[in-house]
Structure formats: C-alpha cells, structure tokens
Write a protein that binds this ligand. Structure first.
Ligand SMILES: Nc1ncnc2c1ncn2[C@@H]1O[C@H](COP(=O)(O)OP(=O)(O)OP(=O)(O)O)[C@@H](O)[C@H]1O
Length: 309
C-alpha cells in the first residue's frame, strides 16, 4: 500500500484559540480514512489546511508529494473537497453546477458520467434550491469529484439526512472508493465511521487520541469478551458456580441478569460448567462494543457533546 496523504505534527491556531494542537496520520491509496471527533475537535481545520485553504502554523503536510503550503494550486488538481453545506446559487441546476465546476479544471471528469454514477440523472435539470438534503449531498460529492481528483475530502456528509438518505450516501461513498478515489471522511457520527472507514483517527481537542481500523479500536488490543445470561430462578449461587473457572475474569448480577467477562473461551466454558451442574440458561446475550464505546473510553466524553469554543 502506498501512502498518498501524510500529516505530521500539524498545529493551527486562530488567534489565541488552538484548533489543532498536534495531529499526525497517514492515508493509504484506495482507502476510506476517517477523521472522527466531536464538533469543534479540529477536524475541519485539519482537512482545510491539507487542502491548502488554510495555512498551517507548524508541522508537515503532503498530498501525493505536494506540500499544500508551497503549492496550493497543485493540490487543487489532485485533491477534491466537499465541505460542509455546499453554497451554490439557488437557481443553478444540477447539470449547470457540474459543468461550471468542470470548467475550472484542466482535465475534468465528464459531468454526465458523474450524474449517472451519483444517481442524479432524473434530477439533472432541477434547481439547487429545490433539491432535497440527500440530493444536495449527492451533488456536493459530484462537485468534489469533478476535477478527477485522486483524493476526495468529504466533510460531515450526512448531517441532517434521514436514515434512508444516509444509507444511500454511504453506499455512494463506497462506490466512489471502489472507483479508485482515496477518501478522507470527516464525521462526528460513530456509526458512520464504523460502517465506512477502513482506518481512522479519533481527534479530541486538537489531538489524535486513537488510531486504527474500527475493528482494532473496538477490540482495543484486548481479547476480553462479555456476555449476559438469565438463569432459571431455582439456580443456587450462580456466582459461586462460575467465578472459579479459569476463563472467567469477573461475574456480577446486573438487572437480574448474570454478566460475565473473560477470555475468548469464556462463553463455552461457562455453558459447560452450568450444564455439568444441571443448569440451562433461559437466555444468553453477547455484549459487543461499538466505536461509540471506544470514543467514550479514549476521550472521556459522550459522543454527542460539543466542545466549548
Ligand atoms: N476561523 C476561525 N476563527 C476562530 N476560531 C475558529 C475558526 N474556525 C474554527 N475555529 C475554532 O477552532 C476549533 C476547531 O474547529 P473545527 O471547525 O476545525 O472543528 P471541527 O471538529 O471540524 O468541528 P465542526 O464539525 O463543528 O466544524 C473550534 O473551537 C472552532 O470554534
């Protein structure tokens, strides 16, 4: 895998406000790379600096070997940006917007091909102001791709969309990645990052606090498993029955269920021990961690909380 984007020790302040304190990451060709964090964590500043739209105070940045500080013009030829809330004239139609943006690039994509790829064919003559939120987002992705970029930055793509429109946009992002474009996805939605990103960084208060694939982050380097079970009321001392097993780490009663943590073999070990004692659980639920649990662990904040500006 080759590295197409490299950010090392990026710093950026606005006056006395530090937006990015220390951010480093590398993006590999052909992946969907996520930048995940609460509102105000420094995500947009990071990608805008990368795109040459803002100037870094310190650190090194490279997109396909180009330094956005030295050559913002060249960056525009290889990096497409879809920033939060596309601002377009109300009356411009889908096809007009794409043709206009295509005219800014020396080697643009064919607007008709993008219209087909992004499912906009039947909306091509519609005015921007009359598009639904989902269609506006599809158009803004098309606009990010019109310069035929090798890397596309998609910032808070699905904010304000209904669940079906979000899923449609996710499918689209995967199709764009499959067409060969490397994607940097900026989001504060944990489910979006978990579903779409091959790898990601979690940014909090301007710093990277976790990095890896969603699976690696969720496993967190630990193989501990947790499950809960409901046992027949007649079961005598369920804790005594289980806690001495070598695969078991902890046993607790939580809301009239028995919660057990332990090794990767904890579930069969416990079931076997119970069976030997003649006990058959009424119900068993394995507890899976999500990226949201990881986020709370690494940042110490609930996911939806905003940073004070
Ligand atoms: N032009 C600016 N002038 C002053 N402060 C700014 C400016 N732009 C951003 N900030 C502040 O810098 C911090 C990081 O903002 P940034 O937009 O990068 O965060 P974010 O994670 O992208 O959040 P959001 O999704 O809300 O944009 C915030 O505290 C924000 O208020």
């Amino acid at each position: 895998m080759s590295i197409v984007v490299q950010v090392e020790n990026l710093q950026k302040s606005y006056g006395t406000k530090t937006a990015v304190a220390d951010v480093s990451f590398a993006v590999e060709r052909g992946e969907i790379f996520g930048i995940l964090g609460r509102n105000g964590a420094g995500k947009t500043t990071t990608v805008e600096t990368l795109a040459g739209l803002r100037r870094a105070d310190a650190g090194s940045l490279s997109v396909l070997g180009i330094d956005p500080r030295k050559d913002p013009q060249a960056i525009r030829a290889v990096l497409g940006v879809q920033l939060q809330e596309a601002r377009l004239p109300a009356k411009i139609t889908v096809i007009e917007a794409l043709e206009l943006f295509a005219s800014f690039y020396p080697d643009p994509a064919d607007p008709e091909v993008l219209i087909g790829m992004l499912g906009l064919t039947e909306h091509r003559g519609k005015q921007f102001a009359k598009l639904s939120g989902g269609l506006k987002q599809r158009l803004s992705i098309a606009l990010a791709l019109v310069g035929n970029p090798q890397v596309a930055v998609l910032d808070e793509l699905t904010t304000g969309l209904d669940p079906q429109a979000r899923r449609d946009v996710w499918d689209l992002v995967e199709r764009v990645r499959d067409s060969g474009v490397t994607i940097i996805l900026v989001t504060h939605f944990m489910d979006e990052a978990e579903r779409l990103c091959d790898r990601l960084v979690v940014i909090d208060e301007g710093r990277v606090v976790a990095a890896g694939s969603p699976k690696e982050l969720i496993r967190g380097g630990s193989d501990e498993r947790t499950f809960r079970m409901r046992l027949p009321e007649s079961t005598a001392d369920p804790i005594d029955l289980i806690e001495s097993l070598t695969d078991v780490h902890t046993v607790a009663i939580v809301d009239d269920e028995v919660e057990v943590t332990g090794t990767t073999h904890v579930l069969p070990a416990v079931i076997l021990a119970l069976a030997e004692a003649g006990v058959v659980p009424d119900e068993i639920r394995t507890m899976t961690r999500t990226l949201e649990d990881v986020f709370v662990d690494v940042t110490g904040h609930p996911a939806e909380e905003e940073l004070a500006a």
